[in-house]
Design a binder for this molecule. Structure first.
Ligand SMILES: C[S@@+](CC[C@H](N)C(=O)[O-])C[C@H]1O[C@@H](n2cnc3c(N)ncnc32)[C@H](O)[C@@H]1O
Length: 200
């Protein structure tokens, strides 16, 4: 059965309203952790100037492909297998500096801290000069949750996997700096989420 995420349906429009102007002049986008593939289908349809490369762990490819096959959009590419710390997979991507846009939603609180470190370091190697790295999800500031519901969500995440957890903006920014990216903007989003933007 085709996977379905209700939260994608709820958050896709507010996310689109922010990323559409950000990606206006972008061409090649890499999405990390495409999940069901719903975001890719929605955003790529609304932004036909983008070539949208989906990616995820192998286990999600079948579902993503079902969404892609149904949508029949010429500007989405089938998922590549891309785990955060899989060096070989990152070096097999289309070459350093290929992507002028990198997008990831709701992934850095799922993967472990070590994976987040790999992820941002690897993004630094495939992102083009002036390219944008756009991260959607819940984040903490100065080690503090921005809401009660995010604090509860963090407990729920850690019950599922002790490695998971809502990440600190300051830590992500430090990793992005080390990867050659500079913080640009923090957008407040519905349901205590944010969109964080860095530029290479
Ligand atoms: C909560 S889902 C979010 C999916 C989708 N982006 C969304 O917003 O609905 C988290 C995604 O991160 C991916 N993921 C988890 N650990 C990962 C890792 N180490 N490397 C790459 N992707 C990972 C999962 O496979 C999953 O697709």
């Amino acid at each position: 059965m085709k996977p379905f995420s209700e939260s994608c349906v709820q958050n896709r429009e507010p996310i689109f309203n922010i990323i559409q102007p950000l990606f206006e002049n972008s061409k090649n986008l890499l999405e990390i952790g495409s999940g069901t593939g719903q975001h890719a289908v929605y955003f790529a349809k609304e932004m036909p100037h983008l070539s949208w490369q989906t990616s995820d762990l192998e286990e999600n490819h079948e579902g993503i492909n079902q969404w892609l096959n149904e949508a029949q959009l010429s500007n989405i590419k089938p998922p590549v297998s891309l785990a955060a710390c899989d060096q070989l997979a990152w070096t097999s991507l289309d070459g350093p500096g290929k992507y002028d846009a990198i997008f990831s939603a709701n992934a850095v609180h799922i993967m472990g801290k070590e994976d987040v470190q790999c992820l941002i370091k690897n993004i630094g190697t495939v992102i083009a000069q002036n390219g944008l790295f756009v991260l959607y999800g819940p984040f903490n500031y100065d080690g503090k949750f921005t809401s009660e519901s995010n604090a509860r969500f963090d407990i729920w995440l850690k019950d599922r996997n002790p490695e998971s957890g809502i990440r600190d903006f300051e830590w992500l920014d430090e990793l992005a700096n080390q990867a050659g990216m500079t913080f640009q903007q923090d957008y407040k989003m519905p349901a205590n989420n944010r969109i964080l933007v860095w530029r290479k």
